[in-house]
Design a protein around this ligand. Structure first.
Ligand SMILES: C[S@@+](CC[C@H](N)C(=O)[O-])C[C@H]1O[C@@H](n2cnc3c(N)ncnc32)[C@H](O)[C@@H]1O
Ligand code: SF4
Length: 372
């Protein structure tokens, strides 16, 4: 096991958004207390096995960590610091919803070294927030950012979403023009994924809503890339944009195929060349939090190579061919010669300083698929 990123999952939300399929539910107080004590057991038992390694970043995500009762995040982070070796100045990110983060949370999180806040805004537009069943508005987000900054949390991400039914290009233009002027360092912009069986997907299938046409979705993405760059938020991954020096350390580790340990309900890990995740069954997790791993899959040479290519090509740094050859004792250019020739001929990729980069990020997924 090498040094690794630590992810901690909090599976609770104030209400469930219409499009979301993440492992989260609306809890009662007892469920939250039971969960925190199980999580602490998992932290202690797992920490024992990683004594000789260093945690390079911590990400407390969800669900919505900021729905927890006051003091819970302190308990978790105290336990983490006692049981894991965190690198000096370790980046600690916490996710919050704009209406469950105020001065009280900001004081609590800042006190235990949370350096980075990630807020799910999605849109400034009440019509779109209603389609998504989000229970906050734009002003909640402005207030949350102010509370964070007042308490020293100045590295702030805001999540937006594209391609929502009823969202027009001019809606998006308004959202972007507001968000680029917020005092934040990072913006993530996700295309709506129509997960099976969510209320929104069902409503679309029943014809109650229609998705924006594909050409509009492309225009929305391109408008986003252009507008954000004009305001100093540079794209470094398909969906991620930052001010210079503010890329997400935790996510960069994922894309470089570094190791990560996920703790909590349903959390995913990649450790010692093996992928696995914890159970998503709440009572099973409470019974055996450190012993509920599922789908344990050791990597093969083929999956390791494919994953390296897929993750690296999502980023603007691209695939480092020298590093690939060193890691796999391989010759990348020879191994993938036919597909590289085809993509170069169609002007879809470029190779510069021995790095392979995709030219048009919107079609990254179909280009990446060519390698498999
Ligand atoms: C899982 S949430 C956790 C943070 C917080 N609960 C929130 O909603 O902001 C992280 C991000 O994933 C996004 N997300 C969840 N389901 C999605 C979907 N089906 N398509 C695109 N983005 C999605 C959310 O909008 C949110 O910005
Ligand atoms: S998008 Fe965030 S707030 Fe909404 S249900 Fe999913 S995890 Fe909870």
């Amino acid at each position: 096991m090498k040094n690794f990123g630590l992810y901690i999952h909090i599976p609770f939300c104030v209400s469930k958004c219409s499009y979301c399929d993440f492992c989260s539910f609306v809890p009662n107080h007892k469920q939250m207390q039971d969960y925190i004590s199980a999580l602490k057991r998992e932290i202690v038992e797992t920490g024992e096995q990683t004594k000789d390694k260093v945690v390079t970043s911590v990400y407390i995500g969800g669900g919505t960590p900021s729905t927890l009762y006051s003091g819970a995040i302190v308990e978790i982070m105290d336990c983490v610091r006692k049981n894991f070796n965190l690198i000096k100045n370790c980046s600690v990110t916490i996710e919050a919803n704009p209406n469950s983060f105020d001065n009280e949370q900001a004081i609590e999180y800042a006190s235990i070294g949370c350096t980075r806040l990630s807020l799910g805004l999605q849109s400034d537009n009440d019509k779109i927030l209603k389609v998504l069943n989000r229970v906050h508005n734009y002003h909640d987000c402005v207030n949350a950012i102010e509370a964070a900054r007042l308490n020293g949390m100045t590295d702030i991400n805001v999540d937006l979403i594209l391609g929502v039914p009823q969202q027009t290009i001019s809606d998006l233009q308004v959202t972007l023009s507001k968000v680029v002027n917020l005092p934040i360092t990072h913006i993530s912009v996700y295309g709506l994924i129509n997960e099976p069986n969510t209320p929104l997907t069902k409503a679309i299938e029943q014809g109650k809503y229609t998705l924006p046409p594909e050409d509009e979705a492309v225009d929305m993405y391109n408008l986003t890339v252009k507008t954000l760059a004009e305001h100093g938020f540079y794209r470094y991954e398909i969906s991620n944009f930052s001010k210079i020096g503010y890329r997400s350390a935790h996510n960069m580790n994922y894309w470089r195929r570094g190791e990560y340990l996920g703790l909590g309900l349903g959390a995913h890990s990649f450790i010692n060349g093996t992928h696995f995740h914890n159970t998503e069954d709440f009572s099973k997790y409470l019974d055996a939090p450190a012993n509920c791993k599922e789908d344990i899959e050791p990597e093969t040479l083929k999956t390791a190579k494919e994953e390296t290519i897929m993750l690296a090509l999502r980023t603007t740094d691209g695939l480092d061919i020298t590093e690939y050859n060193k890691t796999f004792s391989a010759d990348f250019l020879q191994e993938y010669q036919p597909v590289l020739n085809k993509l170069l001929k169609n002007n879809l990729i470029e190779i510069k300083n021995n790095k392979l980069i995709i030219k048009d990020p919107y079609i990254s997924n179909s280009i990446i698929a060519e390698f498999f």
